[in-house]
Design a protein around this ligand. Structure first.
Ligand code: BJ8
Length: 385
């Protein structure tokens, strides 16, 4: 297993300026003595990483650039998110993966957990065993997993995660969630004060801002700016635009193609019921309880297709459809994601049961299906007239 020092990758000069900037930013943080923890999933308890003063960074990749490299090792018919993430690790092309001192991962879907075994050959990986049910037995197991992670972080970084540090992290993370929630809830207005693509870019981009205080202030300022302009009469989105909720696999990067297609076809995305959107911010950690207990409860209640049953996903979806007064639901599934693909059947029944139109789009990280997606979105939105 290779330990990274504060040295840039050997192929650094080949990178485009934006990526060079990412590497330099990360290198500067490392030079300041910061430890970096890479994560893949919404189930990762951020508060534990924050409480040991490490920088947490998302590693899920959203582009197809390194998929051919990954396919030298992984099967071709695997979810693109998994292949791309592994591809970035083996090619040293992602600054966040490259500079991660530790990767914290969970046993979510089969593809991810098997990929983590391979990733463990080149990075220091800690895999948490995520239960696949949301009952009391699972809660006890998950609490133990949190304690194990806490001990691993303390040993790795030579720090003590005190109750005080944990409580402080819980408060800050809750403030961040509340700020992001206020930001996306501006789209409950009719018409919304912002296009869904702009909103997605802010939500996705926020995970790469590492100064949490500045990040919270920046999100609040953005929300205020949108609402002030709206109150003064700005209406960037026409009243006639059909209000769409997106659900399914995580989005960002290439999968923005779906949001673009919707918004170029007479729709506007007002809500994201996925890991780029509401799923991350919807629930807070209870600040009155024992910290480990409260963190365990909050994370284990996240709705995701890796859970059986996945009632919390259906509850959030229904609530958001009403809160955002949606006209239709688009479900995005990534190719070879079996758990989400199977759940499309429940989601369709749920959405149609609410009297709303539903469509499923299966895609990958290429742009070869852009034309086809556009045609389908045009027909879907036209149907709502
Ligand atoms: S909490 S959505 S981030 S597991 S798309 S890799 S499930 S085969 S990403 Fe996810 Fe956590 Fe759930 Fe969110 Fe596997 Fe499906 Fe690929 Fe996926």
């Amino acid at each position: 297993m290779s330990e990274r020092n504060n040295v840039l990758p050997t192929n650094f000069e080949e990178f485009a300026d934006a990526r060079k900037m990412g590497f330099m930013n990360m290198k500067n943080l490392k030079d300041e003595g910061k430890n970096v923890v890479g994560v893949f999933c919404t189930y990762t308890p951020s508060e534990l990483i924050m409480a040991c003063d490490a920088i947490e960074v998302g590693l899920c990749s959203t582009g197809d650039e390194t998929i051919p490299d990954a396919e030298q090792v992984l099967p071709k018919n695997l979810c693109p998110l998994i292949k791309a993430s592994y591809g970035f690790a083996i090619t040293d092309k992602c600054p966040y993966m490259y500079f991660s001192d530790l990767v914290v991962a969970e046993t979510t879907c089969d593809g991810k957990k098997k990929m983590y075994e391979l990733l463990g050959e080149i990075k220091d990986v800690h895999v948490m065993q995520l239960p696949q049910r949301q009952d009391e037995v699972s809660m006890e197991m998950w609490k133990k997993e949190l304690v194990t992670l806490k001990e691993r972080l303390e040993a790795k970084f030579g720090v003590e995660i005190t109750e005080e540090k944990l409580r402080e992290a819980i408060t800050i993370k809750n403030q961040e969630r509340a700020a992001l929630k206020d930001f996306y809830e501006v789209s409950t207005l009719c018409p919304p004060p912002v296009w869904g693509l702009n909103q997605l870019q802010v939500l996705y981009g926020s995970q790469f801002q590492f100064n949490r205080t500045a990040k919270i202030a920046g999100i609040k300022a953005k929300t205020k700016e949108l609402l002030d302009a709206y109150n003064e009469g700005a209406r960037p989105v026409p009243e006639t635009a059909k209000r769409i909720l997106i659900t399914g696999c995580p989005m960002g990067g290439v999968t923005e193609k779906i949001v673009r297609s919707i918004e170029e076809s007479g729709g506007v995305v007002v809500a994201y019921e996925n890991c780029t959107g509401a799923k991350q911010m919807d629930r807070l950690v209870d600040e009155t309880k024992d910290p480990i207990e409260a963190i365990a409860e909050r994370y284990l209640s996240i709705g995701c297709s890796v859970m059986t049953a996945d009632d919390n996903r259906y509850e959030l979806l229904e609530r958001l459809c009403k809160q955002f007064k949606v006209d239709g639901v688009v479900e995005m599934t990534l190719q070879a994601c079996h758990t989400y693909a199977i759940e499309t059947s429940y989601i369709k029944r749920k959405v149609v049961g609410m009297g709303l139109p539903y469509i499923n789009v299966e895609t990958d990280y290429s742009t070869s299906d852009v034309g086809q997606i556009k045609t389908r979105m045009e027909a879907f939105i036209e149907m709502m007239d």
